[in-house]
Design a protein around this ligand. Structure first.
Ligand SMILES: Cc1cc2nc3c(=O)[nH]c(=O)nc-3n(C[C@H](O)[C@H](O)[C@H](O)COP(=O)(O)OP(=O)(O)OC[C@H]3O[C@@H](n4cnc5c(N)ncnc54)[C@H](O)[C@@H]3O)c2cc1C
Length: 450
């Protein structure tokens, strides 16, 4: 058996796990990052998810630190267009940062066994796809698998789905190229009622949702696999978009057979959307499918129960906490058969961002194990709270906050619950590139009216 000794073991290299590993490692911890896939970034890279949802308010960035630095790095490589980004460039940036920070990375590896005693996790065993086995001992463990898989293995208390156990829809994201944006802008400008009210022809990146007339026409001529609207956003480059329109409902994303069924369903939808867009959507006549995500996007599956359970009510009331370590403004966003039915009311609604809420450090600490933490999609939350907190910038914010909190707890010998938000903020400031905040305003073109 191969034994590895580390200070912190992070399982899951999505945007939350990467930020946690970077924060802890830059602060001096020995960190192991374990990932089941052959690439890092999770939904933010191989899931082709785009764009970074709103993380600014009244001219202030609610998440910065390492996340801000990453946006600047994307910008320097031409990989960002305001808040839409190139997933391949993001992979390069993530890998470069992990390498420079000295994070030890184990790809193609899955946890198989957790050994714990008296509410402390002592070691976790892993197996790689080649059959190689290793065991990692550490003072602290972080579950950023999105599915709370490490916590499940440890026997921690978990939540899953809504009150009825139903999950959010999963989506297979894809990108298309050879798009004519001039034709799209002209079309959107001329027929505004054919789109959601928030769509404007001069937005950059161009983000369009609607085509209600075309969908109806196509359905009448035999296209039977379309949703109520077609939704895409411009990507960096001359002619590319990311499409977020497929949906697989009523499946259990934790069941491999049902998840595979979702992939079949979404793949059929992509096939039909491609034919639909070329035939009916102005600007898509010569389009091509550029890439289909190699991992289906699971919005919600299982969540760790922490010392605090973040709720939908916390989002609605813009609640602030004494230990609030991440600020966010994105609202409750549930993809279900009901919410995806596009009524007249939904078509004319425009999202409003008036205040922010906070996610407390306690929602990132397991209630069962003193040294088990979490971040990102599986943080401690109810169904509604998760639907708001799951977006990429907030997941990155959770990751860097818990990574820094674990490092300060480790070096000071104090329990993690005693680490203050000010210490975490100061810690993140000290390990982050200096001028990222100033460059961020230029990249995102944010001012006080946004
Ligand atoms: C379809 C879809 C569209 C979305 N659109 C947007 C959007 O437009 N903007 C936005 O900001 N957010 C969006 N989101 C939300 C956001 O992308 C995710 O919630 C966020 O990226 C989650 O990051 P994470 O690190 O928590 O998890 P993930 O990205 O899911 O990362 C988890 C990582 O853990 C790995 N892993 C899982 N299990 C194991 C295991 N047992 N062992 C080892 N490794 C494991 C996975 O391979 C993965 O790399 C969307 C989500 C989906 C699904």
């Amino acid at each position: 058996m191969n034994f590895i000794e580390k200070d912190l073991v992070v399982v899951g290299s999505g945007i939350s796990g990467i930020h946690a590993a970077l924060a802890a490692s830059r602060r001096g911890l020995e960190v192991l990052l374990v990932e089941r896939n052959g690439s890092v970034g999770g939904i933010s890279t191989i899931g082709l998810c785009n764009p970074f949802m709103r993380f600014w308010l009244g001219g202030e960035f609610l998440v910065s630190g390492i996340f801000g630095e990453i946006l600047v790095d994307l910008h320097e490589r031409g990989g960002i267009l305001r808040n839409s980004f190139d997933s391949e460039t993001l992979k390069i940036v993530f890998l470069e940062k992990l390498r420079k920070a000295g994070v030890s990375l184990a790809l193609h590896s899955l946890p198989t066994k957790v050994v714990s005693s008296e509410r402390i996790i002592e070691e976790v065993s892993f197996i790689s796809s080649s059959g190689a086995k290793f065991t990692a001992r550490a003072r602290m463990f972080l579950d950023s698998t999105g599915d709370a898989s490490l916590a499940k293995m440890a026997g921690a208390t978990l939540f899953s789905g809504n009150m009825e156990g139903a999950h959010q829809a999963s989506t297979l994201m894809f990108t298309m190229s050879n798009i004519n944006f001039e034709r799209i802008r002209e079309d959107v400008g001329r027929r505004r009622s054919n789109f959601f009210k928030w769509v404007t022809p001069d937005s950059k990146p161009l983000s369009v949702a609607g085509y209600f007339e075309e969908i109806e026409k196509a359905r009448n001529s035999g296209f039977n696999n379309l949703h109520d609207y077609f939704f895409f956003i411009e990507l960096p480059g001359e002619d590319r978009v990311s499409v977020n329109t497929t949906h697989s409902f009523d499946k259990d994303p934790l069941n491999p057979f049902e998840l595979s069924q979702s992939v079949f369903e979404c793949s059929e939808q992509i096939d039909q959307l491609f034919a639909f867009s070329r035939k009916y959507v102005r600007g898509f006549e010569e389009s091509r499918i550029e890439k289909i995500a190699s991992d289906i996007g699971v919005r919600e599956s299982r969540r760790v129960k922490g010392l605090y359970v973040f709720t939908g009510e916390d989002v609605r009331s813009h609640r602030k906490f004494y230990d609030g370590v991440v600020k966010a403004t994105y609202g409750i966003d549930i993809h279900s058969p009901e919410t995806q039915k596009i009524t007249r009311e939904v078509r004319s609604s425009v999202p409003e961002y008036s205040d922010y809420y906070e996610i407390p450090l306690r929602a990132l600490i397991s209630c069962d194990f003193f040294n088990l933490y979490t971040a990102g999609r599986c943080f401690s939350s109810d169904f509604e709270g998760q639907s708001a907190g799951r977006i990429m910038p907030t997941s990155a914010g959770m990751g860097q906050a818990i990574g820094m909190a674990s490092a300060i707890s480790f070096e000071s010998g104090r329990p993690i619950t005693e680490i203050s938000r000010d210490e975490i903020d100061r810690g993140l400031h000290s390990i982050t590139g200096n001028n990222s905040i100033c460059s961020l305003s230029d990249i995102l073109k944010i001012n006080h009216s946004n």
